[in-house]
Design a protein around this ligand. Structure first.
Ligand SMILES: C/C(=C\CNc1ncnc2c1ncn2[C@@H]1O[C@H](COP(=O)(O)O)[C@@H](O)[C@H]1O)CO
Length: 232
């Protein structure tokens, strides 16, 4: 079953999270628990650099526990008055696109903690890469205090409305427990990519249309063609 078994070696996890702390103490606490759990398992942190908000909580925790921290920050965001002091190793990049590419290539998996537009944008980019098959790395939501319940309901709505394939729901792993979420990332097995699925469906449809010779066969073939092109 896609998204369930297999094994992914996680040397580094990229954590997307708020540049703000949020207004519940549970968010910062979860960042600390996640940081400790990663370090305990010798998994390094890749993040957006700086020390503001939850980004600061997790990076300072990992660094304080003796773990590896890699911050990737655009030149414009680097000043201390914008993003605070970074800990660990820092890579300076020119812009946000370069940053996301560098963060994604340095990591073997991704976790989104509570955050705002920046977190969502980073998360949705890797989900899209995964869906299309440009990337095959596990992605999880650390769903603290039900923060991501709304997003998960939205995904179900998009599936019902025919915009997301049901098989792609498993791209977004989720748990409220950091240790359990890392276990899920490690066990992840990618679903077939949309590109390979579409090519396979098109091949089947072509083969069937070549078998359609008489008008009677045509209507049966048309039905099968339609079935193959409905979302699965
Ligand atoms: C706007 C504020 C601080 C700006 N400082 C940032 N420093 C480093 N990285 C940032 C910063 N702001 C956003 N990011 C990136 O986006 C994600 C967080 O954005 P969100 O909108 O808070 O979710 C994070 O993963 C970074 O990569 C003061 O709030």
């Amino acid at each position: 079953m896609p998204g369930a078994k297999g094994a992914t070696k996680l040397s580094n996890i990229c954590v997307y999270c708020g540049a703000s702390p949020g207004n519940r103490p549970e968010y910062a606490l979860a960042a600390q628990v996640l940081g400790r759990e990663m370090t305990k398992r010798n998994i390094g942190l890749v993040y957006g650099g700086g020390s503001v908000g939850l980004m600061g909580e997790i990076s300072k925790t990992v660094n304080g526990e003796g773990g590896r921290v890699l911050g990737v920050i655009p030149v414009e965001l680097q000043p201390v008055e914008v993003s605070g002091e970074s800990v660990g190793q820092t890579i300076l990049v020119n812009d946000m696109h370069e940053r996301k590419a560098a963060m994604a290539s340095a990591a073997d998996g991704f976790i989104a903690m509570p955050g705002g537009f920046g977190t969502l944008e980073e998360l949705m980019e890797v989900v899209t890469w995964q869906q299309l098959g440009f990337m095959q790395k596990p992605i999880g939501l650390l769903n603290i205090e039900g923060y991501y319940d709304g997003l998960l309901s939205f995904v179900d709505e998009a599936i019902s409305a025919g915009f997301i394939r049901p098989s792609n729901r498993s791209i977004l792993l989720h748990s409220s427990n950091p240790a359990e979420l890392i276990d899920m990332l490690q066990a992840y097995e990618p679903a077939p990519s949309l590109i390979s699925t579409l090519r396979q469906e098109s091949k089947v449809a072509m083969e069937q249309s070549q078998q359609c010779r008489s008008p009677k066969e045509m209507s049966t073939c048309q039905l099968e063609f339609n079935n193959h092109h409905s979302l699965s």
